[in-house]
Design a protein around this ligand. Structure first.
Ligand SMILES: [Fe+2]
Ligand SMILES: [Fe+2]
Length: 141
């Protein structure tokens, strides 16, 4: 049986990995801004762009889940909700100049990388693959 090779937090699906990389790059830039003491305006502008990208990505994944009838869709969607909540609490940190902003941002990045991408997006990417292979097999019959 062919074994998948994962690098770092990759999930084995090109489109998802590209989105995740963009999200992480932007989040790391946001973290640096926060660390440098950027003002609320700059932080909020950056955060809005990241949240938009996140919501687009979540919709992309959830549309596929619905289309292929993904068995673990409910728990995966719940985890998306939790991630959105983490983003909203960071937004609140910025608005209230909360000293936890840096820690909360680190926590969010870590949660995405070592929790969501690995525990939820990897099995989902594998299910997409399986679905594609099954469809390809059916169309050859
Ligand atoms: Fe994802
Ligand atoms: Fe996901």
């Amino acid at each position: 049986m062919k074994r998948r090779k994962y690098k770092g937090h990759t999930v084995g699906n090109e489109d998802m990995d590209a989105d995740h990389k963009q999200l992480l790059d932007l989040l790391e830039a946001f973290y640096t801004l926060a660390l440098d003491g950027a003002d609320e305006f700059a932080l909020m502008n950056n955060l809005q762009i990241i949240i938009e990208l996140l919501l687009t990505h979540i919709k992309y994944e959830e549309d596929i889940m619905d289309r292929i009838g993904y068995a673990r869709a409910a728990t995966h969607k719940e985890d998306h909700e939790d991630i959105i909540k983490l983003f909203l609490s960071i937004e609140k940190d910025v608005k209230t100049a909360n000293v936890n902003l840096i820690d909360d941002t680190v926590y969010l990045i870590r949660t995405l990388k070592s929790e969501h991408f690995i525990r939820h997006d990897r099995p989902f990417a594998a299910a997409i693959d399986k679905h594609r292979r099954r469809c390809a097999g059916n169309s050859q019959e």
